[in-house]
Design a binder for this molecule. Structure first.
Ligand SMILES: [Zn+2]
Length: 296
């Protein structure tokens, strides 16, 4: 997983084995990746993967990365701008070959990897699992992995033209309500933590906003159900704690009424590095198995 830092782990039979390794290491500043050229980041990922695997190189490497990922290429990367357009999969496979190891690589959006990790650790790989990650932006992940863009955080949830706080600049987006950066731009006089605390204490302006946040997330969830069917939804990320699952669940039920679309449930999942690592590995292993079947 490459989010603020690189976190690497060895996965066998859908489970983590051994310790995670990090770059930069825990306790060190996160900023190292920001100033690193794309090929140096790729070399670092390859180095960590070989280090955690021990004597034998891994059979498959799955990488979770924030942004829009297509065919192993980072097409959009909000956090690490220098890697936009970089062919990460090809660069990693080549760096393994340079080290005498043949490792198949697959790259996934980090939220898709998290969705796969949750599905694998809960034993629900047979269902459509979706995850909202609430942090600086709003991530949307889905398992099983499917071709597509899936920028669920940018789903339009209001027609109000004054809603222009999304980091991408688009109007009416979910992230414009629930993204941390967007909240700071909306409440120039309050930090997001204060907004939610004030709402609890009865401040009307803050309470109205918190209600709208819940309606926005419910609307995006309902749209996903209408497009992709019912199933489990998970909430994770540093700001998931601000969402009241009971309220969200009630609002989703108000928005989804067709009987074949009933039965979704929403669950809070504590944020852990290893879910995304397990998920990236699970996705990559399945993709390579499928590729090998198609080739034979
Ligand atoms: Zn947006």
């Amino acid at each position: 997983m490459v989010v603020q830092r690189i976190a690497a782990g060895l996965v066998e039979s859908n489970q983590m084995t051994g310790e995670l390794q990090f770059f930069p290491e825990k306790g060190e500043s996160h900023d190292a990746l920001l100033s690193m050229p794309a090929d140096a980041i790729a070399a670092k990922i390859g180095e960590l993967a070989l280090a955690i695997a021990g004597k034998e190189p891994p059979t498959v490497l799955g990488v979770g990365f924030p942004g829009i990922i297509r065919n192993g290429v980072i097409e959009e990367s909000p956090n690490l701008q220098q890697i936009k357009g970089f062919r990460l999969q090809a660069a990693l496979e080549q760096s393994f070959l340079d080290n005498g190891a043949e490792v198949r690589v697959r790259v996934y959006n980090d939220a898709d990897a998290t969705a796969a990790g949750i599905a694998a650790t809960r034993g629900v790989l047979h269902k459509v699992n979706r995850v909202w990650t609430l942090g600086n932006g709003v991530g949307f992940g889905r398992y099983p992995w499917a071709e597509g863009t899936w920028e669920g955080g940018h789903m339009v949830v209001t027609l109000d033209p004054k809603e222009h706080f999304c980091g991408c600049g688009g109007r009416g987006h979910l992230e414009g309500f629930l993204g941390y950066r967007a909240m700071r731009m909306r409440f120039l006089d309050l930090e997001p933590e204060e907004v939610f605390a004030n709402a609890k204490a009865g401040d009307q302006r803050c309470a109205e906003f918190v209600t709208r946040c819940h309606r926005a997330l419910a609307a995006a969830t309902a749209s996903s159900i209408h497009m992709d069917g019912p199933g489990p939804f998970y909430l994770t990320g540093p700001n998931a704690k601000w969402i009241d699952i009971g309220v969200l669940d009630r609002l989703v039920h108000e928005m989804v009424k067709m009987s074949p679309l009933q039965g979704s449930r929403i669950e809070m999942i504590p944020q852990k590095d290893d879910l995304g690592i397990i998920g990236a590995a699970v996705n990559a292993e399945r993709a390579i198995a499928q590729f090998n079947r198609a080739a034979s």
